[in-house]
Structure formats: C-alpha cells, structure tokens
Design a protein around this ligand. Structure first.
Ligand code: M6R
Length: 366
C-alpha cells in the first residue's frame, strides 16, 4: 500500500507531480486561457466584489492560506486576512455580509475550522471550502468551493495536500483577478503557463533527494533550526519549520527573513542551521543581504535557490537547487525540499515519520 516506499510520507511527497496534475486537470487549459471551476464560477461576481476575504485554517493549511493572501492581494486587489481558526472562532470577529470566508482543510474535519465557518455562515458570510476529503463536514457546510483532489493523505505530516491547496487557491485567484480586470490578459496567460509547468518542475525538484538526504545527515543532531524567507516564500519557511518540528522533534522557528533582526538573530552561532528559502523573485536581493548577515555571525546556511544563483550559493554551506518559476507559483516547488529535509532528518534520527508522537492526523476535538 506504500507503493514501494518506506513510508507514506515519502510516497506522498513523491506523488506530488501527479497530485498537482490531478488538481489542475479538467480545470486549467493554458492554451485556451480558461480555468473551469463550477463552484467558484457560481459566486465569481460576489467574490470579485468582496470587501475582504478571510481565510481560516490550522497548521499547514493555515500556511497555504498565507501564501494565498499574497497571491490574492497581488492579483485580485482584495484585502485578505488569514486567521487561525481557533482564535477566530472565539474572539467575536467582525464579519460583514459582503465578506467571503475561505476555509482550507485537508481532512475537512478540523473542529476549530468547522465551527469557525459555522459561526461566519450564521452571520451571512459566503463560505468557500478548499478541502481534500470529498463529502467531509467542512465541504458539506461550505456554500461552494473546490476540492484539492490530492487523494488520501495518510502520513500525519501534511505534504501533498499543501501543494494541492496552493494549486487550487492559485487557480481561484487567477480566475477572479482576470474576471475582475485586476490581472491583465498577458500576465494571466503567462501565469496559466507557469502553473501548467509545475508538475514537471516538481519532478525535477524530487531529483534532489539524495543531496537533501546528505544534508539531513549533516544536520540531524542540531538542537534548533531557523527557517527564513520573504514574500511568497515566507509561509514556506513557516511550513519548513513546522515539518521539522513534527517529524524530527528538533526545535525550529520560521520567520520573515527581515524580522530576524528584531530578536531571533541573537540565536545565531556556528551551531545553528539556518534554512533560507531564497528563490529568484522580487524579494531576492533583500534575502541575499539577510543571508550575508547570518553568514557574518557564523550561522550555517542551507539555501534553497534557483540553478545558477552564484551569489547565494557563495554564501551558503549547503545548497538545494530547484527550477526557476514565477514567484506566484514558486512555493509549490520550494515547499518540497522542506518536506524532504524534515523526512530525511526524521529517518536519520530513527523516528516513526508517519506517526509522530503526540499528533493525530485530524484534530477533531478542540
Ligand atoms: O485537515 P486540516 O488541513 O484541517 O488539518 C490542519 C492541521 O491539523 C494540519 O495541517 C497539521 O498541522 C499537520 N499535521 C501539518 O503537517
């Protein structure tokens, strides 16, 4: 049932070219320039006119929501807030009739996310679900939405569900941005091509597995790790730190790279691995200067970069190269080294990566 892989987590990481493809299939037609999503189409006008989109989720799904915040604001010019479902449901949030709520959940059964959207629905908000499990509670209570079609995710650490969530959310943003007119035709067509190319690029990223395993062996005894990124890659840094904590029990923190000067940089010494998610994008020069600051304090830099980025590779102890992609779609690639690094460190430490201690696959109690 693990299809020849040692663990479900590894199988699910390696399924990603297929799962992203499955998620795009039947929806994205990059040649024709169309995105077909019937659930979204029905409410497209309401979403376009929304004053605000509020994304509610937990854990990895919350990280996908953060990436979506950047994408929606850029392409649709709609104000987006991303909320931890547990906080949102208890704090008497301001919800107005024109607000659109997007709930993101792999299982569709996370208690806090479910109750958060029940409350928002009662206040008249439109609820869209981005859910993996068909017919799950969150899918049923949502007014509309789009399934991620990633297939069953068995490993407790979410992997393929995350990249499928990004694919769905990107398609929704492209569709709404184009219909609204905040995204022009050329850029829209270019981004459809970029999205279409992702499954093959994921296959390329997965070829780095032996390199990533070697890096994992080197750093497996670290006590702490820092993950840094900016812009679209900031949530990927958060996701990398979460994966490492869950699977290897190494204390890890993710930060926006510039925020490190406001505290975390005090942790940096020659024993601290610092993972930089530093692909070429509009933030790249800024990230490079953050790398210089870490190097100056003797931190050990592991950099996820694009092929040919000599400037970054000169600053890093270890590099993982991934194919170039537009910044809007790049997180679907940069997330994968995060998953593999956590996996191989967990394995090197002899842990049960499919069933990490103290964790349940879906958190159906608050
Ligand atoms: O099923 P959901 O997406 O609603 O689950 C949310 C979180 O519980 C989940 O992402 C959790 O953080 C994972 N263990 C992360 O790997």
């Amino acid at each position: 049932e693990k299809g020849g892989y040692d663990h479900f987590m590894l199988k699910e990481i390696f399924e990603q070219p297929q799962t992203i493809y499955d998620c795009l299939r039947g929806r994205l037609d990059a040649q024709a320039g169309t995105i077909t999503m019937s659930g979204i189409q029905k409410y497209a006008e309401q979403i376009s006119n929304a004053n605000r989109i509020i994304i509610v989720a937990c854990g990895t799904s919350w990280h996908a929501g953060l990436v979506a915040e950047y994408i929606f604001e850029e392409l649709c010019r709609i104000n987006v807030e991303v909320e931890y479902a547990s906080e949102f449901r208890y704090r008497n949030p301001v919800i107005n009739k024109g607000d659109v709520i997007i709930a993101i959940s792999q299982s569709g059964e996370t208690a806090d996310t479910l109750v958060a959207i029940e409350n928002a629905k009662a206040k008249g908000a439109l609820i869209l679900g981005v859910v993996n499990v068909v017919g799950s509670s969150i899918a049923r209570i949502s007014d509309a939405g789009a399934y991620t079609h990633a297939g069953p995710e068995i490993g407790v650490a979410s992997t393929k569900a995350f990249t499928a969530q990004l694919a769905v959310l990107t398609m929704i943003a492209l569709k709404i941005g184009y219909e609204k007119g905040t995204l022009d035709h050329d850029r829209y067509m270019q981004l459809l091509q970029e999205l279409d190319a992702i499954p093959d690029k994921v296959t390329e990223v997965l070829r780095s597995k032996d390199n990533i395993q070697a890096i994992a062996e080197k750093y497996k005894d670290a006590k702490d790790a820092l993950y840094l990124g900016r812009g679209y890659n900031f949530p990927v840094a958060l996701e990398g730190a979460l994966k490492l904590k869950e699977i290897s029990y190494i204390h890890a923190e993710g930060y926006p790279a510039a925020e490190m000067k406001h505290g975390p940089i005090a942790l940096v010494d020659e024993d601290l691995p610092v993972v930089f998610v530093a692909t070429k994008d509009s933030y790249h020069e800024k990230v490079v200067s953050n790398m210089q600051e870490i190097k100056a304090r003797k931190g050990k830099i592991i950099a996820v970069i694009n092929e040919g980025d000599e400037q970054s590779s000169a600053l890093a102890q270890d590099i993982i190269t991934i194919p170039q992609a537009d910044e809007i779609v790049a997180p679907m690639l940069s997330a994968i080294p995060m998953q593999l690094l956590a996996y191989y460190i967990g394995i090197a430490k002899g842990y049960d990566v499919d069933k990490p201690r103290n964790l349940a696959k879906s958190v159906t109690v608050e």
